[in-house]
Design a protein around this ligand. Structure first.
Ligand SMILES: *Cc1c(COP(=O)(O)O)cnc(C)c1O
Length: 359
């Protein structure tokens, strides 16, 4: 664990009316409840201005806000956890900051200095750590985002931006294993596109194919490559893993796949645990073959919100293949537990992933 210290000044205006006492943290629904404060920093005249932490609340905006029309907007998602001994730590914050800046670069937006980003996020979590539910899966979900704030109707990079971080108390996420459908018509991403950036437009364009799948009873889409639809890319808004025999595999990222931090953590843990971990193209043919032969042992999505979402069945064309019931000894449950133990401070933190915010 490490602590940060920096002398950059954030103007802090704490709320005089905390909303916490009116919230039942044991029943909060993911993404619906917002903690007391938010971090706000504007960009204009070619530089970032004085950052502030102020009460979470509504903002006024122009109908001509450039981001509303042309979607120059990016975000991140990460979590702070309370350990069993009461310390609060953020999981791999610098990795999210680096990814946000890669997204910013792709979307022609200014990068955010790592030190101020990290200090703002850490201070925010420190101020609102009491919002973390006591639930075994309780956490503070952290949502940094940046949008183009010029009042202008025209397609060009904005001159001004607003960067905000707010947090949400969250409990567990998807509970049941999901039914997924291999998508062979629509694409989430394509070579040269924005698949590797966490930009808003990627999610808007996935809604329609996801709705068509939901109309047929599927919870998620298994996205395939946009050119041939023969290779797996992601599962909904999560990265995807398959276990065939005793080999765990996940598609390699090469511009069309979002580089998940949960994905990277699972790869590192699997390697450390001596699991045969392959990062390479994974074809629809080999997975459907393995299902028919009974060698596909498990398949799951991986991402910050749920950590792991087990896949119950995979539909391809007119066939729907049911996966075996998960054994207690599944790889996915094992790596999820190793990850959770690190996050909750139950074991050492061999990779240096946790940043203690000091409360
Ligand atoms: C955010 C995201 C993921 C998961 O990334 P994590 O860092 O593990 O939360 C995977 N795929 C898409 C499309 C995403 O937006």
């Amino acid at each position: 664990m490490s602590m940060i210290s920096t002398d950059r000044k954030i103007a802090i205006h704490p709320t005089q009316h905390s909303r916490l006492s009116g919230i039942d943290l044991e029943t909060v629904v993911f993404g619906r409840v917002f903690s007391d404060h938010m971090f706000v920093m504007d960009y204009r005249d070619g530089q970032w201005q004085q950052p502030v932490i102020e009460p979470y609340g509504k903002m006024e905006m122009s109908p001509a806000l450039i981001t509303l029309h042309y979607g120059q907007s990016i975000f991140e998602g990460q979590k702070a956890y309370r350990s069993d001994n009461g310390h609060v730590s953020i999981f791999r914050p610098k990795d999210n900051i680096a990814r946000m800046n890669r997204s910013a670069h792709r979307m022609c937006m200014p990068e955010i200095p790592e030190d101020i980003f990290l200090e703002g996020m850490t201070e925010l979590v420190r101020m609102d750590h009491k919002w973390i539910p006591r639930d075994a899966e309780g956490a503070l979900y952290i949502r940094p985002f940046m949008y183009a704030s010029d009042e202008y109707v025209g397609v060009r990079p904005s001159d001004t931006y607003r960067f905000i971080i707010f947090t949400c108390p969250v409990r567990g996420y998807y509970k049941d294993a999901v039914r997924v459908k291999i998508e062979t018509e629509y694409s989430r991403a394509f070579p040269g596109g924005t698949g590797a950036a966490k930009c808003s437009g990627n999610y808007a364009s996935s809604l329609y194919p996801a709705k068509l799948a939901a109309d047929k009873g599927f919870h998620q889409i298994l996205w395939t490559d946009g050119e041939t639809h023969e290779y797996f890319e992601e599962s909904g808004t999560m990265n995807v893993f398959f276990r065939i025999g005793d080999t765990l595999m996940t598609p390699e990222t090469s511009g069309t796949i979002l580089e998940g931090i949960t994905r990277d953590s699972i790869i590192r843990i699997a390697k450390q645990e001596g699991i045969d971990m392959q990062v390479r193209r994974v074809s629809v043919a080999e997975v459907t073959d393995a299902i028919r032969k009974g060698t596909l042992k498990e398949a799951f999505g991986a991402g910050t919100a749920a950590t792991i979402a087990h896949i119950a069945s995979i539909a391809y064309g007119n066939e729907e293949y049911t996966l075996p019931n998960l054994a207690e000894s599944s790889f996915s449950n094992h790596v999820a537990k190793v990850l959770d133990d690190i996050r909750r401070g139950r074991t050492a933190d061999p990779f240096g992933w946790m940043l203690d915010v000091g409360v």
